[in-house]
Design a protein around this ligand. Sequence first.
Ligand code: SF4
Length: 214
Amino acid sequence: MIKLSHILSYLTCPRLAYYRYHFGDKRFSEKQAVREIYLSLRRGFGVEWAKQRILAMNECFEEEIYRNALKKLVLSEYLKELKSLDWDVVFTSKELEVSLVVDEIVEFNGEKFPLFVSLNAPPEGVWFPDRIKAGITALITKMNRSMIYYAYSGELRIAEADLGIRRKALKLIERLKMIKKGFLPERNETNYCKGCSFVEDCKSTPETFASKFL
Ligand code: SF4
C-alpha cells in the first residue's frame, strides 16, 4: 500500500520515495516528536506520555531530537475552540491503493476537519506539501478542507483541496504506482542528499532510460 509519507517523500526527491517505499526508513525525525508531543498535550496526558509513545513506536529514538521539539512546540490557547473527535486515524482507499494517518479529526463551527501537525509556517498560506496532504486526504476521506497546525509558531491555517490540487495529488499517486512496480527515478541532488539515509545506495545505483519519466 502506498502511504501518504511516500507521496510526500516524492516531493523531496523522487528517488527517496523509491527507497522509502521498497525498504522503509526507521530514522526518528523532529516532526514525529512534535506530532506525538502535540497529541499527548491535547489529550492532557503530558510530555512524559508522548515520550513513552515515541519509545514504543520508534526503534531509533534520539533524546536530542525529542528535547529540541519539546523546546520549540507552542500549544495555542485557541486550540481549545476545536472539538477533538478522534486522533491518529488511519484511512485507506483500496481503489487508490493509498493509506494515510490523520493526526486529529476536529470539529469547528459544525464542520469536521482533518488536522495535521507541521513545524514552521510559511509567511502566508500553507506549504505546497501541506496542500498535497490536503488533496490526498480529500480524495480518500471526501473532507475537502484540512487544518494545518504549525506547531513552532502556534498558527492554524486552512489547506483547501481544490480541483487543481486534487489533480496534482492524483498525478503523484500515479508516480508512486510506477515506483511500486519497480521503476527507479533519477537522482535529484540537493542539500537533502547530505543527510539522506540512502546516499550510498543512491550513488552506486545507475539511472536507466525509464528513470527520466518519473
Ligand atoms: S541521496 Fe539525494 S538523490 Fe539520492 S535518494 Fe537521497 S535525496 Fe534522493
